[in-house]
Design a protein around this ligand. Structure first.
Ligand code: ATP
Length: 332
């Protein structure tokens, strides 16, 4: 196990920013800290980096206590959201900076910088200054610079959020590819659920300073434990036990107790035209691959999805059905 965090607590004055945080990051793992603005993701990343003090708990790297190791001596690579390149240095000089500080001989340094430039597809940009590079290219330089010193841990704080959608998509895959090849354990902060689902081996879903759930992308999406997780990652309908029984009589599973809600994904609900049905489509939004439907059942409304084999429209009378094992019971 690479990084081990136990019972971490953080206060800013009276305000508790992190509460009882426990997290393991494995040797080659890519971990995403996912949650809404203000949930404590950046605070946690900064504590791991050694840039922020904490009030209680322990942090260990490969069995070694980090409490007395300063940020400079942790040997971590860090990339922030805003491009933090040295403006007066070329791309190659930026990437080689850490190696120069560590007094790596020039020939070895040049070879390593060259290799890293290839890794992040920047070979032809080595002599450009940051202002001559696009946002995506600057973040590639920042990532290569962080990787140059062969960090024990790579920390990424929303590195893609300032980039446009297309570049962001490309870089997501590139970063993951580089991380897999170099096998560097990585922790990335993001508020973007799609980004976390695409990139992470393990998602740490945070809410108001607490970890709500840790799991693989598949676990987080298909087996959310709480309403917050089911709501934050993907789209869910929530039904009380009574409502679920009333509108989905075919449902096989029972609520563990009255505090649980049934979280049901739109894609788990089948919708078909049925002229004598009570339910009615009140909204149909075309989303390209599917049409998202709002279905009014009288007692409640549900979001459902339809593929285009049937043309459903606003006003249609429809019947809905779900598989007996559809949905997950989550803590309200
Ligand atoms: P975002 O995605 O908006 O950056 P985040 O999840 O990274 O959010 P943090 O930056 O970790 O959130 O902040 C967590 C909470 O701690 C917030 O409520 C924030 O206002 C508070 N906070 C952060 N830094 C300080 C500080 N220096 N002093 C006081 N409160 C702070």
């Amino acid at each position: 196990m690479q990084l081990k965090i136990r019972n971490l607590e953080k206060y800013y004055g009276q305000f508790q920013a992190l509460s009882d945080v426990n997290l393991d990051v494995g040797d080659e793992e890519f971990v995403c800290l996912l949650g809404p603005s203000g949930c404590g993701k950046t605070t946690l990343l900064r504590i791991i980096a050694g840039l922020e003090p904490y009030n209680a708990g322990t942090l260990e790297l490969a069995g070694k206590d980090l409490s007395s190791v300063g940020a400079q001596n942790r040997g971590f690579g860090i990339v922030f959201q805003s491009y933090s390149l040295f403006q007066h240095m070329t791309a190659a000089e930026n990437i080689g900076y850490g190696l120069r500080i560590r007094k790596i001989p020039p020939a070895e340094r040049t070879a390593k910088v060259q290799k890293l430039m290839e890794l992040v597809h920047l070979q032809s940009f080595s002599q450009r200054y940051p202002y001559q590079l696009s946002g995506g290219q600057q973040q590639r330089v920042a990532i290569a610079r962080a990787l140059a010193v062969e960090p024990a841990l790579l920390l990424l704080d929303e590195p893609l959020s300032a980039l446009d959608a297309r570049v962001r998509n490309d870089l997501r895959l590139e970063i993951r590819d580089v991380q897999r090849r170099l096998r560097i354990p990585t922790i990335m902060v993001t508020h973007d659920q799609e980004e976390a689902l695409i990139m992470a081996d393990k998602i740490v879903c945070m809410n108001a300073g607490k970890i709500e759930q840790i799991g693989t992308p598949k676990e987080i999406y298909s087996r959310p434990r709480t309403r917050f997780v089911a709501d934050f990652v993907g789209i869910s309908n929530f039904l009380t036990p009574q409502l679920a029984q009333s509108v989905l009589p075919e449902l096989g599973s029972q609520a563990p107790d009255a505090q649980h809600l049934l979280a049901l994904r739109p894609e788990d609900i089948s919708v078909s035209i049925s002229d004598d049905a009570q339910a009615r489509i009140t909204q149909a939004s075309f989303l390209g691959n599917v049409t998202r439907l709002t279905v009014d059942l009288g007692e409640t409304t549900l979001l459902a999805e339809s593929h285009h084999s049937q043309a459903l429209q606003t006003g249609d009378r429809v019947a809905i059905s779900v598989a007996a094992d559809a949905g997950v019971w989550v803590q309200a």
